[in-house]
Design a protein around this ligand. Structure first.
Ligand SMILES: Cc1ncc(COP(=O)(O)O)c(C=O)c1O
Length: 486
């Protein structure tokens, strides 16, 4: 039996921070078991003894023992006492595992870990890509609506929900998408998700086997590339021209094609109608899936974006994705997928074994936001705001960096891409920019094939005020000037 007053337990107890004395004692005992000071089957002091040693009430010690018994750390035997019930790997062994540099992961886990993950900027730093302006969001409207929804459905949003998504949101979205994006969908074709990234992961799980071939625009969206790569697919890049992604007619057909037709990520080119029809034909004849990522088409400025490919599809091969991360706010964690009939049930089953469904309350608030016309009004307002910011950015870039970079096609969106006019390594420049407080996503790592590599950057402007854009362009000009003359 340990004697608490002479054991490290007292020191350990004093060093633990917790919300109550009971929690403090629980933390102490857990740690003592984890670091080996208390060993398997070792008898603990009686609650009376330990209470005296640590200046606690006996009730507190009893409560802590009971809690740790329920967690499996301790075993209590009537008439015999309280014993340590488990043994944990010693800290030194855990450290050794960490230090070998090889994590005990599966081959798939290693692949996912080494692929590096996707990082999104938490704050609207200049020129972080894909950030909407959160400062202009109608916060009051959203807050009031949330309160109203909570009041009107006091318990409706608290239980488990439908893996396909809240019906009210699917209905609102179907109306909105059919009207504004030329989709042809009913609420039963819509699946609500946490993010487009989740959609890409789920589609990879459902549609791809290891070594299946996937075609993607090159350069292209790294989130999609990572999702397919981590699923073990073989990726092949699609060259881009003025009409968008070209079909690799000479190669045998892939299982899946990923496109960003209305605003190619990152170059901004829009897939022409002729090319859209060619791709739809290709998908039909070759029985491959076609993912249309419609991530920011709400923000075309001077004209309407071309209707979604899904609306032209007659052979049920197109899956269209969209997200509220750009059109409302990223932390909302709501996105959607419009899928052919055959995929609805498998996707719902998959969602039920992943995380069940998206948050009910936020789905209900978003549905109301759309139904009351606030969403369309918000989009109209943001479209004008972003258009003026884009014009401002282009004017300044032409003025201050016109001989250093060329601006790629830009119909709208939250960002545009620029190509360097002089020889430089965009990754090195991006690192230098980061040190100066500028976020520049380099274009070259976004390409799969060497011949599709361009040197340049993505510049996000939507979240920046004109003054912030001015400061950022001056910094960029200085950086590029010094790189060119180095
Ligand atoms: C092409 C593309 N698709 C999807 C997304 C992300 O959407 P979500 O936050 O819903 O994953 C982005 C974000 O920048 C994007 O650029």
């Amino acid at each position: 039996m340990i004697n608490a007053s002479r054991s490290p337990l007292l020191g350990l107890f004093r060093s633990q921070q917790a919300t109550s004395r009971r929690e403090q004692l629980c933390a102490t005992l857990r740690l003592a078991i984890a670091n080996g000071s208390l060993r398997l089957n070792e008898k603990l002091p009686s609650s009376r003894q330990l209470a005296a040693d640590l200046a606690l009430s006996r009730v507190t010690v009893e409560a802590a023992y009971a809690r740790l018994e329920s967690e499996g750390y301790l075993r209590r035997q009537t008439g015999r006492g309280t014993f340590v019930a488990i043994t944990l790997p010693p800290a030194r062994a855990a450290a050794a595992i960490r230090n070998t540099g090889t994590l005990p992961l599966s081959a798939r886990g290693e692949k996912i870990s080494l692929a590096g993950g996707c990082q999104d900027p938490p704050l609207p730093v200049a020129f972080a890509a894909g950030s909407p302006d959160l400062r202009t969001f109608p916060h009051d409207q959203w807050r009031k609506l949330s309160t109203q929804v909570m009041r009107s459905t006091p318990s409706g949003w608290q239980g488990y929900g439908d893996p396909q998504g809240l019906l009210a949101l699917r209905e609102a979205l179907a109306r909105h998408l059919n009207q504004s994006r030329g989709l042809r969908c009913a609420p039963q074709h819509i699946v609500i998700l946490t993010s487009s990234q989740q959609a890409l992961q789920m589609l990879s799980l459902l549609l791809l086997d290891p070594d299946d071939r996937v075609w993607l625009e090159d350069p292209g969206y790294p989130g999609a590339r990572q999702a397919f790569y981590c699923a073990g697919a073989r990726l092949e890049g699609l060259r881009l021209d003025d009409e968008g992604a070209q079909i690799l007619a000479a190669r045998s057909a892939p299982r899946l094609v990923y496109l960003t037709p209305s605003h190619q990520y990152p170059t901004g080119v829009a897939l022409t109608l002729t090319r859209r029809l060619a791709w739809l034909d290709y998908a039909r004849l070759n029985h491959c899936w076609l993912i249309e990522d419609d991530y920011d088409s709400e923000f075309w400025f001077d004209e309407m974006p071309m209707p979604a490919m899904q609306g032209l599809d007659r052979s049920e091969r197109v899956i269209t994705l969209g997200t509220f991360s750009k059109s409302l706010f990223p932390s909302l964690r709501l996105a959607w997928m419009v899928v052919p009939d055959a995929l609805v049930e498998p996707l719902c089953r998959l969602r039920s074994v992943l995380d069940g469904h998206s948050a009910q309350l936020m789905q209900a608030v978003t549905a109301e936001f759309i139904n009351r016309g606030y969403y369309s009004a918000h989009l109209r307002y943001m479209r004008q705001l972003y258009a003026s910011r884009q014009r401002h950015l282009c004017r300044l870039l032409t003025e201050k960096c016109g001989d250093l970079l060329a601006i790629d096609p830009h119909h709208g969106g939250l960002q545009l891409s620029v190509t360097l006019k002089f020889n430089a390594d965009d990754r090195q420049l991006s690192q230098r920019a980061a040190a100066a407080g500028l976020s520049l996503i380099p274009l070259s790592p976004l390409a799969l094939e060497h011949e599709n590599r361009r040197q340049g950057f993505i510049l996000g402007y939507a979240a920046l005020t004109p003054a912030e854009i001015g400061v950022a362009v001056s910094l960029l000009a200085t950086l590029l000037e010094s790189a060119r003359s180095a």
